[in-house]
Design a protein around this ligand. Structure first.
Ligand code: AMP
Ligand code: GLY
Length: 422
């Protein structure tokens, strides 16, 4: 054993705590929040980020390479964590496993749950997991015929990864026709479900699924859920989003069947509609949500590095994840033109004046001494508080300190929760 490894083994024996060198892959708001929480984990002694963003550079060592395997080997990484879906779909987990480095994420085969909506819907149907009634169409003609079996509004989804932009809710046959001509085939056509949307994310080690606290995203660009879908304009996490009975039912009817059917590892994100008939699955993602991760990381109180290592090595237990009862809220600040396009190069000011909140970077970059916009979703401003109201107020007070040309954000993040609980 090399002396470095010997030293680490001794530290583990003496303190009972693993000392981890962690590599995180990805550079959005979600990954900044994951990095921020890893940095606070006692178990994590070194944090490296590949393809990260400028906001992470003060808390981690940054690497530009996309050769993650080579990077992990050369650094002697103990644990790798993958933020975004693309490397998962491309098989990064399979590659790390083949060289024996623990990694948090699903295999490429399991990542197809997100990578292909057709596959995901068929899989749910096979397992009897509740989901909207659907038809898959391989040609526009077939889609037109299938539509005759559905009432309006009807939902049309393109098969592959589309960054939240491959779904159209058509109110009329005319809108459905325009979706058919713009979305690439194959298409999933499905019934429209009504209810409250909840993001239910679990961490899995192949046999056990440990739930994170529930959260709620705000997908439309404008207040009151108007305008086109985006990647997510803000999210809050509040334990009251789901009752203990609802959590058990989701685990029993949706999560556990999937985890057991495919020995699922990594994060499994079920986008749920809480319908009058119970929870129904809108989609699976094979990673954490963005921006749901930001409020969740503010609420997590247990050692994140330990939990992720347990997930990567098949030893995950219920008590690995512990949470503050305080709700948390994240408001996304986006560029002018988002989601259709996005302006970049605008100087961002005021981040240093923020108090009682954490600013997570997403579409930003350094330019000389400035930080400038470099994408659609620019920053996520996240805060907690003893009540949902206070977490929202703290987040918006922080938002008011920040500005850049063309900055747009929703003013009603968490408002539905406030209405429900008061
Ligand atoms: P997805 O990428 O499948 O989650 O779809 C994006 C968004 O479209 C969801 O977050 C929902 O707001 C909406 N959506 C998707 N499928 C349905 C459905 N069957 N009924 C109602 N809304 C839906
Ligand atoms: N917030 C939605 C997503 O991450 O897909």
């Amino acid at each position: 054993m090399a002396s470095y490894e010997m030293e680490r083994a001794i530290v583990t024996i003496v303190t009972g705590l693993r000392k981890l060198k962690v590599l995180l892959i990805g550079g959005g708001g979600r990954e900044h929040a994951l990095a921020w929480r890893l940095r606070k984990s006692e178990s994590v002694t070194e944090l490296h980020v590949a393809q990260g963003n400028v906001g992470m550079s003060s808390i981690a060592k940054m690497h530009a390479t996309q050769d993650y395997v080579q990077l992990a080997q050369s650094l002697g990484i103990d644990l790798a964590v993958v933020g975004p879906e693309a490397p998962l779909v491309q098989g990064v987990v399979d590659k790390f496993r083949s060289i024996g480095i623990p990694i948090v994420g699903p295999t490429a085969e399991n990542a197809a749950l997100e990578g292909s909506k057709v596959h995901s819907k068929r899989f749910m149907q096979r397992l009897g997991v509740p989901t909207a009634r659907f038809h898959t169409a391989t040609t526009p003609e077939e889609a037109r015929t299938a539509l005759k079996d559905f009432r309006y509004p009807v939902v049309l989804k393109t098969d592959g990864l589309a960054a939240g932009k491959g779904v159209v809710i058509a109110q009329t046959p005319h809108e459905a026709e325009s979706a058919i001509t713009t979305l690439p085939c194959p298409l999933v056509i499905e019934e429209f479900l009504e209810g409250e949307e909840v993001s239910f994310i679990v961490l899995c080690d192949g046999k056990t699924a440990v739930p994170l606290e529930p959260s709620q995203d705000h997908k439309r660009i404008f207040d009151n859920d108007e305008g086109p879908n985006t990647g997510g304009m803000g999210a809050y996490s509040d334990s009251r989003l789901l009752t203990p009975d609802q959590r058990s039912r989701i685990l029993e009817t949706i999560i556990n069947p999937v985890v057991h059917a495919c020995q699922y590892t990594g994060f499994l994100y079920a986008g749920l509609m809480m319908t009058p008939d119970g929870p129904s699955t809108l989609e699976f993602n094979v990673r954490m949500g963005d921006p749901e991760t930001q409020p969740l990381m503010l609420r997590l109180t247990s050692d994140w590095g330990e939990a992720l290592l347990a997930a990567a090595t098949g030893s995950l237990a219920e008590n690995h994840l512990q949470w503050s009862p305080y709700p948390a809220t994240c408001v996304v600040l986006a560029s002018k033109g988002y989601p259709a396009s996005s302006e970049s190069g605008q100087i961002i000011s005021g981040i240093e004046n923020v108090e009682n909140a954490v600013v997570f970077h997403a579409g930003t970059k350094a330019q000389g001494d400035d930080v400038v916009t470099a994408g659609g979703r620019v920053l996520g401003v996240a805060a907690t508080g003893p009540t949902l109201r206070e977490s929202i107020d703290n987040a918006y007070a922080a938002v008011s300190k920040i500005s850049f040309n063309g900055m747009q954000y929703r003013k009603d993040i968490g408002a539905k929760g406030l209405k429900r609980y008061t």
